[in-house]
Design a protein around this ligand. Structure first.
Ligand SMILES: Nc1ncnc2c1ncn2[C@@H]1O[C@H](COP(=O)(O)OP(=O)(O)OP(=O)(O)O)[C@@H](O)[C@H]1O
Ligand SMILES: [Mg+2]
Length: 269
């Protein structure tokens, strides 16, 4: 029932997680073949351009190797392609050339349904604008990834309760999102991103809508939850303070992704 309302009301926002082209009966066997990852992300010579009246290359020569437990920040000026890169890693946008492999599986070789299943089972997402569905309770929001994977009943309830507790909002499961602050909503989004134990968590400007104190709380929580979960985390941010919470800082430019010493990005006093 929850999944039905999710598919109908959340269709736009969560379209990337919905296998849309098959009948329900045709989809069931595929659900059981959820893709699992040992936790290696390998990107090589990635190039992205946009066509149009004035075609332009966004970036080229992007290489990246990450393993389970790695947490990196990606910085770079506005428009350089940070969100585009995350979308490509999520399989939402295709590369012009180069490769993205998740645990040996080449994303460019997967069809849309396979990419959808990979996103559902192996990835979690946190966005600047939270994207918490307003008509579902906190617990229902957090349980959405489990519903999509067919995990229901007591097992799902236990995992949701544990995850809401882990982000410090154990007593708010029955609340509606409008009863929560921005920082609390982002903590719920973190719970939702991790509840299905993804191997890869993609995070785009998670603190852009938060006051400094809530931002620090959210960033600490992200770092701790990722460490506890053993996932790969990629944090896109403009904020040096946010970037410093990751283990390494990478800077995206038109010609690639380069590691920078944290001292190159002093935190504001
Ligand atoms: N669908 C599209 N068609 C054409 N150009 C696009 C499209 N999507 C993004 N772009 C362009 O690609 C470039 C990279 O955009 P992207 O949103 O990835 O940048 P960003 O680094 O995330 O920027 P910001 O820090 O402002 O969020 C921009 O110049 C943008 O205008
Ligand atoms: Mg962006």
């Amino acid at each position: 029932m929850l999944e039905l309302s999710f598919e109908l009301k959340g269709a736009n926002l969560f379209q990337p997680f919905i296998v849309s082209t098959r009948s329900r009966s045709a989809r069931l066997p595929q659900r059981r073949r959820a893709v699992t990852l040992a936790g290696v992300l390998s990107i090589h010579a990635l190039t992205k351009s946009y066509a149009g009246p004035r075609p332009r290359t966004v970036f080229s020569g992007v290489d990246l190797e990450l393993a389970a437990g790695d947490y990196v920040a990606v910085m770079g000026e506005s428009g350089v392609g940070k969100s585009t890169l995350l979308n490509m890693i999520a399989g939402l946008d295709r590369a012009d050339s180069g490769s993205i492999r998740l645990d040996g599986s080449e994303l460019g070789a997967l069809d849309d349904d396979a990419l959808t299943r990979l996103r559902r089972s192996a990835m979690g997402f946190v966005f600047q604008a939270f994207h918490i569905l307003p008509y579902l309770t906190v617990a229902e929001n957090v349980s959405l990834p489990l519903s999509l994977l067919g995990v229901t009943g007591g097992d799902a309830r236990d995992r949701v309760a544990a995850m809401i507790g882990a982000v410090g909002l154990g007593d708010r499961g029955a609340a509606l999102p409008r009863e929560l602050s921005g920082g609390e909503l982002q903590r719920i989004a973190i719970a939702r991103a991790l509840v299905h134990r993804p191997r890869l968590v993609l995070i785009d400007e998670p603190t852009g809508n938060l006051d400094p104190e809530s931002a620090q709380q959210v960033l600490r929580l992200l770092r701790d939850c990722l460490a506890g979960n053993g996932a790969i985390g990629i944090l896109v941010t403009h904020s040096p303070a946010a970037a410093h919470t990751a283990d390494r800082i990478l800077v995206l430019s038109r010609t690639g992704l380069r590691e920078q010493a944290p001292q190159a990005f002093p935190e504001a006093p």
